[in-house]
Design a protein around this ligand. Structure first.
Ligand SMILES: O=P(O)(O)OC[C@H]1O[C@H](O[C@H]2O[C@H](CO)[C@@H](O)[C@H](O)[C@H]2O)[C@H](O)[C@@H](O)[C@@H]1O
Ligand SMILES: O=c1ccn([C@@H]2O[C@H](COP(=O)(O)OP(=O)(O)O)[C@@H](O)[C@H]2O)c(=O)[nH]1
Length: 467
């Protein structure tokens, strides 16, 4: 069996950690199943000019190989081009994107450096799987060095329509670099279609109906491979003593009250401000909920050295203060905001104890929290998922109450509908949702992707796109 080499910016931790982020959670699950190498950034930042230390560590069947980056790379490649340029553009926020050719240069340099260090460690029969927007160009760099192994790429965030990508200076070089991969996977059919449209409109290429592109005589497979969770394990978490304890603690702090839960890294893509406004609108328009329905929002900090992220935290604290000041009484607080990360086991108990799961991003690649909320519910008394149409998860989870998160009134009405939904409708919707969460689980994700990559023939990799 070939060795699997996974490449992602964020590596580990392999043991359960409260460090939020869906990508790491999913990769640990995939690698645990078949073992292999996980290669990427160590998370350490060294003083300028001192990068490049390769660290290795064995965690069960997973060999971790990581590189430090220096302060200049951190600012240019990670906080800069990845999170100030690509992240906002790919989430349709051109207004927040920073366009700076120096950041772009740093991004290409770091992609090349990671490829340079990886290339000599690759074995002939390795299968390489590169993840996410930090490493769009890494495959092309490996190919240019002579790598002939199957190399696949999966984008965890949305791929926007060509009209949006075209605003990025240097977009053609970046998308052309992606064509060095044998398989390019997206979260949804919508993202895959947007990529194919770009290929056809910007490069004049043509794609087959099942997503095969011809690039200089090679075939590149483009498709949707929706990421999932380990539904069975997560369900067990939700029924564990630790989860029960969390649930009991929440319930005893506010007996007989209906809870609405949100769990998101603090990020402008997650629609947190709009969500808090919708919750406030619920209390204004449906006053019978005052004293009964509270919102528990778990919102750990994320990317705090990017200005746009710090502002949201302040805004959330301000709205929380206003809503609580306006509606609280002696025995009830409308919004509880927790800004430290919680362990997924604890989250499982909280999901199960809350009657409404609120997942309302303005744009999201997938959103694993939506799937975790469904997996954690009790079959005989399940909660209701309110889900943004702009989360990748909405493509499969259409039995949720689907909302436009920009429409505050519509979201408030959906929460109200969820709060009063009769048991038989809740059960019916939950069964449909859980069926999807079980079918499109983490195993389905990595096994369909890896079998598509395995099917990419060796003879097709001789020509590489010119950079
Ligand atoms: O590593 P960070 O910069 O701290 O950010 C955390 C991760 O956020 C993003 O997650 C995405 O992947 C999820 C799993 O596929 C998906 O459900 C979610 O919609 C995406 O936003 C990011 O893409 C990762 O690279 C980060 O590690
Ligand atoms: O305090 C927290 C908040 C979130 N998460 C986990 O972080 C992941 C978030 O993934 P998602 O796809 O929803 O969004 P991302 O943060 O990757 O954009 C989920 O598995 C959550 O359970 C966590 O472990 N602790």
């Amino acid at each position: 069996m070939s060795r699997l080499v996974v490449v992602s910016n964020r590596v580990g931790p392999v043991r359960e950690s409260a460090k939020a982020g869906g990508l790491a959670v999913a990769i640990v699950d995939a690698l645990r199943a078949q073992g292999g190498v996980w290669y990427g950034w160590s998370g350490d930042v060294t003083p300028e000019g001192t990068h490049g230390m390769l660290k290795t560590e064995q965690a069960g069947r997973i060999s971790l190989m990581t590189l430090d980056i220096d302060q200049a790379d951190y600012e240019g490649y990670y906080a800069g081009f990845s999170n100030r340029t690509l992240w906002p553009i790919f989430h349709y926020r051109l207004d927040l994107a920073q366009f700076d050719r120096e950041l772009e240069k740093s991004y290409w340099t770091v992609n090349e450096r990671f490829a340079t260090r990886l290339y000599p460690m690759l074995q002939d029969d390795d299968v390489v799987w590169v993840h996410d927007y930090h490493f769009l160009a890494l495959g092309a760099k490996l190919r240019a060095m002579g790598a002939r192994q199957p190399i696949g790429f999966f984008l965890h965030i949305p791929f926007p329509v060509p009209e949006i990508i075209a605003a990025l200076p240097g977009h053609a070089a970046l998308v052309r670099a992606m064509l060095a991969y044998d398989v390019i996977g997206f979260q949804t059919k919508r993202d895959a279609r947007a990529f194919i449209r770009y290929f056809e409109e910007e490069f004049g290429g043509t794609a087959t109906a099942d997503g095969h592109l011809t690039v200089q005589g090679r075939t590149v497979r483009v498709g949707a491979f929706p990421i999932g969770i380990d539904a069975e394990t997560f369900r067990k978490f939700a029924m564990s003593p630790e989860a029960h304890r969390q649930g009991r603690r929440l319930k005893s702090s506010s007996e007989h009250r209906c809870h609405v839960i949100g769990v998101d890294r603090i990020d402008y893509t997650k629609g947190l401000v709009e969500r808090f406004r919708a919750f406030s609108r619920l209390l204004e328009h449906y006053p019978e909920n005052r004293g009964h329905v509270s919102l528990l929002q778990v919102a750990p900090a994320s990317r705090e050295d990017v200005d746009a992220y710090v502002d949201i935290r302040e805004e959330l604290e301000r709205i929380t203060g206003n809503v609580n000041g306006r509606f609280s009484d002696l025995h009830w607080t409308p919004i509880r905001l927790i800004t430290r990360p919680l362990q997924r086991r604890s989250l499982a108990g909280l999901y199960r104890a809350c009657q409404v799961g609120l997942v309302t991003p303005l744009r999201d690649g997938m959103n694993l929290v939506a799937k975790e909320y469904v997996a954690a519910q009790a079959e005989d008394d399940p909660g209701v998922l309110v889900l943004s149409r702009f989360a990748g998860a909405a493509e499969a989870l259409d039995a949720a109450l689907i909302v436009n998160p920009y429409d505050i009134d519509e979201t408030a009405e959906a929460i109200q509908r969820a709060v009063i939904m009769p048991l038989d409708e809740r059960q019916d919707r939950w069964r449909q949702l859980f069926d999807k969460v079980q079918t499109e689980d983490i195993r389905a994700w990595y096994s369909t992707f890896l079998s598509a990559l395995g099917a990419a023939g060796h003879d097709t990799r001789d020509a590489i796109p010119e950079l």
